[in-house]
Design a protein. Structure first.
Length: 147
């Protein structure tokens, strides 16, 4: 397991060194949203490069991407007005096809009746062969994510 943290959000990473966290409190301001989108595109381009390297590396009857689960996202969303919420999290799960991860879908839950993030993490760790039945405040697994 590898955890990679590109930069601290308050440390800033934008074309002009903008403070990512300050921009996340955009209040709907178009200029701030534009700068926030630039930062997001930068990070997504790096993620795409990493996933591309995994996909281009053969491993057994597939690729490293087939046997690697990558999670990209945040423990908070910035909502329509820039308020932070632990609901309706923007997460991307990539890879893991040979581990039983269901790919190529968008899964959305009711913001008021959603499973905890720990259900996603429990689902994924089980697919790596860890015999866990509980993780933090998990209430089960996410069937929409795993086969």
């Amino acid at each position: 397991m590898i955890t990679f943290w590109w930069s601290r959000e308050a440390g800033g990473f934008g074309g002009g060194g903008e403070n990512h966290h300050e921009l996340s409190h955009h209040g709907g301001d178009a200029g701030m949203l534009k700068k926030l989108a630039e930062i997001d595109r930068f990070h997504l381009a790096r993620l795409g490069r990493f996933l591309g390297m995994l996909k281009s590396t053969a491993e057994g009857d597939g690729t490293m991407l087939d046997r690697t689960i990558t999670i990209f996202g945040s423990g908070m969303n910035s909502g329509a007005g820039g308020e932070h919420s632990p609901k309706n999290l923007p997460l991307l799960v990539a890879g893991g096809a040979k581990l039983g991860i269901k790919l190529g879908r968008h899964v959305a839950f009711n913001a008021d009746k959603h499973p905890p993030l720990s259900n996603v993490l429990l689902s994924l760790v089980q697919k790596t062969g860890v015999p866990a039945t509980k993780f933090a405040d998990s209430t089960g697994t996410v069937g929409e994510l795993v086969g």
